[in-house]
Design a protein around this ligand. Structure first.
Ligand SMILES: Cc1cc2nc3c(=O)[nH]c(=O)nc-3n(C[C@H](O)[C@H](O)[C@H](O)COP(=O)(O)OP(=O)(O)OC[C@H]3O[C@@H](n4cnc5c(N)ncnc54)[C@H](O)[C@@H]3O)c2cc1C
Length: 357
């Protein structure tokens, strides 16, 4: 038996992949499934626009996006739930010459690497995003990026798990790892002990806190708070994902516009919306597209990104036999869920005492 602790997009994707390979899988979730960071994330699929400049990471994320498209199409077909995957490019707008110079240089570098990136003069960008305002001095367009509705993806994954025989137990409260004779024995929760040969820690921003984990295999994960808001957009004023100075804008098919996101908020699990922060996001959105002024804010929320010390996820086996980790996906956990599932399933097949078939 394989127990996955945590039913976010990461845990559910892993459970689904393992079940498809014939394993008996249980998912134990402290609260509700796909309701934590996986619900509050924005769904950008942005290997290059979201980059911190690490070429190897960009390549990995871009490869993960390739895997994504196959994974999501299969999920859609299996469940009938459309997660609205769109790979129609991301536009990043410059409002001054310094920003424009940075974007031009970036486009040149990416083009040199064979990525479909373009610099657009104002008249060109207005042709594809006509509501952009007079502050626009140009923009980059990176074609091989996009977005998904991560909440729809969560629903599809839950159904796909049920369809493949995964048992998801919700509202278990925090469960703890149990070890015996120097290896994993199972997990313990309110309902008692559950024996398992393999336990996968997919607890997101709680990845470093899983009780019962020996110190030598504990991973340091910090929650990093992020805030977003949603505007009602009765008339479509944004076509594709746009990054503007101070905010990004994600048009959803239901006629809403997601505006995100605050960064660098190291405030533990503080879940309060800061009205000043969300006002700044809204102002940044309006500075890019003045026609957004006057649209109602219909939702605002806080989420916690799971961050490791270097911002890269922990995915794989540990020195404790039977204990695997998949946590710390930080700003790219929605994008990395399918690739993580494949990686963990492959490693478990290679390492588990009783591997799934
Ligand atoms: C504001 C914001 C914007 C983001 N935007 C993007 C984006 O555009 N693109 C992108 O790719 N990523 C984005 N992310 C990141 C992405 O959302 C996360 O990396 C991803 O959702 C992490 O998924 P997860 O399954 O690891 O964690 P979670 O979704 O948090 O799931 C972990 C689950 O584990 C459960 N759990 C914890 N401890 C225990 C325990 N002891 N026992 C049982 N259950 C437990 C929790 O209840 C939770 O449900 C964003 C995140 C935030 C917050």
């Amino acid at each position: 038996m394989i127990v996955v602790v945590g039913a976010g997009l990461i845990g559910l994707s892993i459970a689904y992949e393992l079940a498809k390979r014939g394993a008996e899988v249980r998912v134990l979730e402290a609260g509700d499934s796909a309701a934590s960071a996986s619900w509050s994330g924005a769904g950008r699929l942005a290997p290059f626009t979201e980059s911190d400049g690490d070429e190897a990471l960009e390549l990995f994320l871009a490869t993960a996006l390739g895997v994504y498209q196959v994974f999501v199409k299969e999920l859609h077909k299996r469940t009938g739930i459309d997660p609205y995957l769109r790979v129609d490019g991301i536009v990043e707008v410059a409002h001054d010459e310094t920003q424009a110079a940075r974007l031009r240089e970036r486009v040149e570098t990416l083009e040199g690497r064979g990525i479909h990136a373009h610099w657009l003069e104002p008249e060109d960008v207005l042709r594809i995003e006509p509501w952009l305002g007079p502050a626009t001095v140009g923009a980059s367009l990176i074609e091989d990026e996009g977005q998904i509705d991560n909440r729809q993806l969560g629903k599809a994954l839950r159904m796909a798990c049920a369809d493949t025989g995964v048992r998801i137990e919700e509202r278990t409260g925090p469960v703890a790892l149990e070890t015996a004779d120097g290896r994993v024995a199972g997990v313990r929760g309110r309902e008692g002990f559950l024996a398992a040969e393999v336990v996968v820690n997919a607890t997101g921003a709680h990845g470093g806190e899983l009780a019962g984990v020996p110190n030598e295999v504990r991973i340091p994960i910090e929650p990093v708070k992020g805030q977003l808001l949603v505007l009602a957009m009765p008339e479509r004023r944004v076509t594709r994902l746009i990054y503007a100075p101070g905010a990004y804008l994600i048009p959803r098919l239901d006629g809403t516009l997601v505006v995100g996101e605050t960064t660098d908020e190291h405030a533990g699990f503080d879940a309060r919306v800061d009205p000043f922060a969300t006002r700044r996001l809204r102002e940044a959105a309006i500075a890019a597209i003045p026609a957004l002024a006057g649209l109602d804010v219909i939702e605002q929320w806080v989420g916690h990104r799971p961050r490791s010390p270097n911002g890269r996820p922990y995915v794989g086996a540990t020195a404790l036999e039977g204990y695997f980790v998949a946590s710390g996906h930080y700003r790219n956990g929605v994008l990395l869920a399918p690739a993580t599932a494949l990686a963990i399933a492959n490693v478990i097949e290679g390492k588990a005492v009783e591997a799934p078939h």
